[in-house]
Design a protein around this ligand. Structure first.
Ligand code: HEM
Length: 366
């Protein structure tokens, strides 16, 4: 350590004077003090501090995945950091309960002093969305202007640079594409899986035909529904159909990455695939909690503003509700569940591959 270690006071270390001096109530400035403006400011400031921590943790995980090959030990680090993000997000959702202690009338006491300040101008929130993988073209537009138009040129440049680099979604896609074991000696994962799905569907059809507790009408209905399930499975057997869906914007992950995510999910009980599985689960958690926050925030806005437009100029509740639906990032990972088949129907892995997926010192005889 070059610098001599000097003692430091709690207050100085946390720069508390700066933080505690940062609640300037506009209603007081305009000589009409509104009690709840303090709460409104503090809650937003706390959010921004948590956004800062989330960006710090997420950014470090993205760095680990930007190296080309991800060290196995780094997957564990990535899981713990993303787990922290998830825990913070839960707090972010819960904090809405606190802001809801402010009634619509309390808010109207100072709302006019905020104009045109709005959550639209939260630079860190936009950094978070872009880092995860939300693209400009996929955003719900609320005016003719670009979403980033509310920021300074310097901030716009940062968002542009972030968007032109690899997002978490793209880094994960590349990592999944590098997954070994899709083809192992004579074991072709997708061919084996296809066989297992076909067998499963045949036995389900046989079970429907032989069931004596349902009518013929119901049997026909169930067979038709089974046909729809089987056409969904076909979309994963047919690379071309997957690519068409990518083109249409219905999917985001490449065919190879999707197949890898499927393999990891199906064989998650194999020791070597456990951590990759946990990692994918964390991304799903983050996506789910962001959607939960969006829905919860929209609900709170409806309660506070009704159908009034927002201070940032959007339709308010309707806009926010739509973002919850349309701004999901890891939809493809959620969708893997559609393709899962029961453990009992899984193709058996060749002994050599099974050995490779085990920890070196496993004592279990297969
Ligand atoms: C009484 C409390 C709140 C009200 C009435 C409210 C209202 C709104 C409205 C109407 C919008 C849509 C944009 C606009 O037209 O202004 C919005 C967006 C937003 N708000 Fe809030 N908000 C509140 C609290 C919060 C808090 C505590 C946060 C935490 C940081 C927050 C973060 C955001 C963000 C990030 C957006 C942009 C969302 C997006 O574009 O997807 N809001 N808010």
């Amino acid at each position: 350590m070059d610098k001599e270690l000097s003692s430091i006071h709690y207050d100085q270390y946390l720069q508390l004077q700066k933080i505690l001096d940062a609640q300037k109530l506009r209603s007081e400035e305009f000589k009409e003090p509104a009690h709840d403006e303090m709460l409104f400011i503090i809650v937003h400031q706390v959010y921004e501090l948590w956004f800062k921590e989330i960006l710090h943790d997420l950014g470090s995980v993205m760095d680990l995945f930007s190296e080309g090959a991800v060290e196995e030990a780094d997957i564990g680090i990535a899981i713990s950091r993303l787990d922290r993000v998830v825990k913070i997000q839960k707090i972010l959702v819960d904090q809405i309960d606190i802001i809801e202690t402010m009634t619509p009338l309390d808010f109207l006491d100072f709302r006019n002093y905020l104009l045109p300040a709005s959550g639209f101008q939260s630079f860190q929130f936009r950094q978070l969305e872009v880092s995860l993988g939300l693209k400009r073209d996929n955003r719900i537009s609320y005016t003719q202007c670009a979403y980033s138009g509310v920021f300074s040129q310097k901030e716009q440049d940062i968002l542009d640079a972030l968007e032109s680099g690899d997002s978490m979604l793209e880094l994960v896609e590349k990592w999944l594409e590098r997954t070994p074991f899709l083809q192992f000696d004579n074991f072709d994962f997708i061919e084996e899986y296809k066989g297992a799905v076909e067998n499963m569907l045949i036995s389900e059809e046989e079970a429907i035909h032989s069931a004596d507790y349902i009518t013929d009408h119901e049997k026909n209905l169930r067979i038709r529904m089974l046909g729809e399930t089987s056409s969904y499975f076909n979309s994963i057997f047919d690379k071309k159909s997957h690519e068409d869906n990518l083109e249409k914007g219905k999917l985001k992950l490449s065919y190879k990455a999707t197949i890898s995510a499927l393999l990891i999910n199906l064989y998650r009980d194999e020791p070597l695939l456990r951590q990759p599985f946990m990692f994918l689960q964390k991304l799903i958690d983050i996506d789910e909690l962001l959607t939960t926050w969006r829905n919860r925030h929209a609900q709170m806005v409806l309660r506070t503003l009704g159908q009034k437009i927002g201070t940032g100029g959007s339709s308010g509740y309707d806009y926010l509700k739509t973002t919850a639906e349309k701004h999901r990032i890891f939809y493809d990972l959620h969708n893997i569940s559609t393709l899962l088949i029961p453990r009992s129907a899984l193709p058996k892995l060749p002994a050599e591959l099974k050995k490779k997926l085990n920890f070196t010192f496993s004592l279990r005889e297969e």
